[in-house]
Ligand binder design. Structure first.
Ligand code: SF4
Ligand code: SF4
Length: 375
């Protein structure tokens, strides 16, 4: 009980610290590997240079644990780290990277999206991280697209559904002893699974315990702003709201699924419909993205949105692994000005919307507004 209270206090204090320091990065995405054992044809990350065959990095050029330690030391205090990939659990020292950020950057929230294909290894590492970082909260985010063989076929990952389900169960089993582990099952509603999400939801309600997890259903964001068809996205978002059995879990899980996730989706759909940014994005200011080779960006979409290709790419290795130094560079400052002036094309990335709605107080009134008529 006391440990739980200390963790929640640490979480809250670090988050508030992030709000009180608007110029300091609080949300860092680390692409810790460019390897993946799945081949999702719709992979968001195939737009990124490290997953494109022509620009694939060799292992020697990937950031080492020591280099991550230097990045972490320069970002203290840092509220949240997302460990992305590829499949992050394919990187053997993923737990050591987490421990480094916990110790050196004081990170108190770790989110780990995974395809769930390595349940034993992932559960082992999750338990170790949760034990060695007791003041941190861990969100394990397991992707499930559809039921059984349909999921496996979509991801070209034989046995992937059963393995992912087994990881979900293992994570939930940890909760009585490791209260700092949360499970999020995430489903992106795309053309490939439209109309099938309700069946998946019902199955999960039966297959998993009633509490300790929530189902994050989002429309497909992987098309980027140029190719986003707003009416199709609205249809997908509506499909995500169709839940024959209601949201799983207790009050907190219902709050997250019904209000928070849907509000973020509504905001993004509104801005895509209006074809303009309707919130002030904190990309580059509160958000940082680090590629496996040290490439540094203000957000994920900046890498593949055509409007942004003119901005030069930079590597943290050339700036002493220090975001503060990088952000003083004239070209980076010009890019930041572009973002601050709201000149990005309406962006569908929900992580940016969530961080921007949290850290930029001028966005807060948007939480209270209902969806526009366009939604
Ligand atoms: S599991 Fe994730 S990173 Fe791997 S191919 Fe699929 S979407 Fe891409
Ligand atoms: S609006 Fe989108 S593309 Fe622009 S900085 Fe924010 S997240 Fe990146």
């Amino acid at each position: 009980m006391i440990a739980e209270a200390r963790r929640l206090l640490a979480f809250g204090m670090r988050f508030v610290e992030g709000i009180l320091h608007p110029g300091r990065i609080s949300f860092l995405v680390l692409f810790v590997t460019d390897r993946c054992n799945a081949q999702c044809p719709y992979c968001f990350n195939t737009f990124l240079p490290h997953l494109s065959p022509s620009t694939r990095q060799d292992a020697a050029s990937l950031l080492s644990l020591d280099e991550y330690a230097r990045i972490a030391g320069n970002l203290n205090p840092l509220f949240q780290v997302v460990l992305s990939g590829g499949e992050p659990f394919l990187r053997d020292d993923v737990d050591a990277i987490v421990e480094t950020f916990y110790e050196r950057a004081g990170t108190r929230l770790f989110s780990i999206p995974t395809n769930g294909s390595l349940p034993d290894r992932a559960a082992r590492k999750l338990e170790r991280m949760a034990a060695s970082c007791p003041l941190a909260t861990f969100n394990l985010i397991v992707s499930l697209d559809a039921l059984g063989s349909k999921h496996d076929a979509l991801r070209r990952l034989p046995g992937g559904f059963e393995k992912a389900l087994s990881l979900c169960r293992a994570a939930l089993k940890l909760r009585p002893s490791r209260g700092n582990v949360n499970l999020v099952v995430t489903t992106a509603v795309s053309d490939d699974n439209l109309g099938e999400v309700g069946a998946l939801q019902s199955f999960l309600r039966r297959a998993l315990p009633p509490k300790g997890w929530h189902h994050n259903i989002q429309y497909d964001q992987r098309l980027g702003s140029r190719r986003a068809d707003v009416s199709r996205l609205q249809e997908k978002a509506r499909d995500g709201k169709t839940n024959p059995d209601g949201a799983p879990g207790g009050l907190w899980e219902r709050f997250v699924s019904r209000w928070y996730v849907r509000r973020i989706n509504d905001i993004i759909l509104d801005q895509l419909a209006q074809d303009r940014m309707i919130y002030r994005c904190v990309g580059g200011r509160k958000i940082g993205v680090v590629m496996p080779d040290g490439g540094a960006y203000p957000c994920e979409p900046f890498v593949f949105e055509p409007d942004y290709r003119r901005f030069p790419r930079r590597n943290l290795r050339d700036f002493g692994y220090d975001f503060k130094r990088l952000r003083r560079e004239p070209g980076y400052l010009r890019m930041m000005e572009f973002i601050e002036q709201g000149r990005c094309r309406a962006c569908p990335w929900s992580c940016a919307a969530t961080a921007s709605m949290s850290y930029e107080w001028r966005n807060w009134p948007l939480w209270l507004r209902g969806p526009a008529a366009s939604s």
